[in-house]
Design a protein around this ligand. Structure first.
Ligand SMILES: NC(=O)c1ccc[n+]([C@@H]2O[C@H](COP(=O)([O-])OP(=O)(O)OC[C@H]3O[C@@H](n4cnc5c(N)ncnc54)[C@H](O)[C@@H]3O)[C@@H](O)[C@H]2O)c1
Length: 316
């Protein structure tokens, strides 16, 4: 199959491309705004373009994908607050443009990355796809709007599509600089012999999922019989998550022996706007396309730490 991956030079995209390349013809579109040239796979077709720019449609036509996995996004919450216009342009108008280009180029499947951020503050955990969405920042609002433009752009077309709402993803190749996830930041600091900092009490929880499980969900999403017709309540939006809450203190405890770190983590005041607890229920993905999270967190953490130890990043 010919699979086009937008954002293929980023964290999740580069892991996906590595998994696809043995069995598929893979194309990557990325503007390298947060992605890294070193992440690009040498056997993948690549074009450096902005998904929200004028070259998109022609470039997608040139590759002529059968399936599109859309991961390119402005994915930083602080950046979305500083520049909500650009966040909207990339995440909403960019998704609309990718959907239109995929349809017009003859693709029959599109899987698009969405996020736990569409839900905002939760009344009850774990969250299912049908609960009321109350995003608390422009990033969450744009990811929710992106799901809607995907539906409106592809309705009545030959393209079967789905939005996959990831919880907190971690793994090799995550960028520990800027707003990299807490696991990447901890691993990077530990590998550099520095002491990681926990913001707040560390009792805040997240639903951490290993990138290998996300890659499997994206591959199953592009090959499943149908994502659309069997989607049921809430339409073709699926939580991709473990459903398990892990506290930041637990993360630190699990990483200590892996990293041979016997000191104490530092504590700093909590950051404004951080939610206290998060977990998504992935029963629907299991029921519709037989996906399940398989990698235990301690195994994923050990693999991630080993990658950071072998690939030192600038200190964070
Ligand atoms: N990492 C997570 O925990 C997480 C959680 C939920 C959802 N997501 C979503 O998954 C997707 C991938 O996230 P990631 O963690 O790999 O982020 P990332 O920043 O590593 O990857 C995004 C990629 O998209 C590219 N890009 C950004 N804007 C672009 C544009 N206008 N045109 C072309 N390319 C552009 C970047 O250069 C980068 O390579 C995003 O849609 C993100 O919102 C990620």
């Amino acid at each position: 199959m010919r699979v086009l991956v937008t954002g293929g030079a980023g964290f999740i995209g580069s892991n996906l491309v590595r998994a696809l390349i043995a069995n598929h013809e893979v194309g990557v579109i990325d503007d390298l705004s947060t992605g890294n040239v070193a992440n690009l796979h040498p056997a993948a077709w690549f074009r450096k373009i902005d998904i929200a720019g004028p070259a998109l449609a022609k470039t997608v036509q040139e590759f002529a994908p059968e399936a599109v996995v859309h991961l390119a996004a402005q994915s930083s919450v602080p950046a979305s607050i500083l520049n909500p216009e650009r966040d909207w342009e990339v995440n909403v108008e960019g998704t609309r443009a990718v959907a239109a280009a995929a349809r017009d180029a003859g693709a029959t499947r599109m899987v698009s990355a969405s996020s736990a951020a569409v839900y905002g503050e939760a009344d009850e955990l774990p969250l299912t796809e049908t609960v009321q969405k109350r995003p608390t920042n422009p990033y969450g609002a744009s990811k929710l709007a992106a799901e809607e433009v995907l539906a409106s752009e592809l309705a009545g077309s030959r393209v079967d599509w789905a939005s996959l709402r990831f919880s907190n993803v971690f793994g090799p190749r995550q960028d520990a600089r800027g707003e990299g996830g807490v696991v990447a930041i901890f691993c990077s600091r530990l590998a550099a012999g520095e002491t990681p900092v926990i913001y707040g009490s560390g009792s805040q929880t997240r639903d951490f999922i290993f990138v290998g499980d996300i890659v499997n969900a994206l591959i199953m999403g592009t090959t499943a019989e149908t994502m659309l017709n069997d989607a049921g309540a809430g339409g073709p939006a699926y939580n991709i998550s473990t459903g398990v809450q892990t506290s930041v203190n637990d993360l630190a405890r699990m990483l200590r022996p892996t990293a041979d770190f016997f000191g104490e983590f530092e504590y700093a005041p909590a950051r404004e706007g951080d939610v206290e607890a998060s977990a998504l229920d992935a029963t629907k993905a299991r029921d519709v396309f037989a996906w399940d999270a398989r990698v235990p967190i301690d195994i994923g953490l050990a693999q991630t730490y080993r990658w950071f130890a072998a690939n030192p990043t600038d200190s964070v």
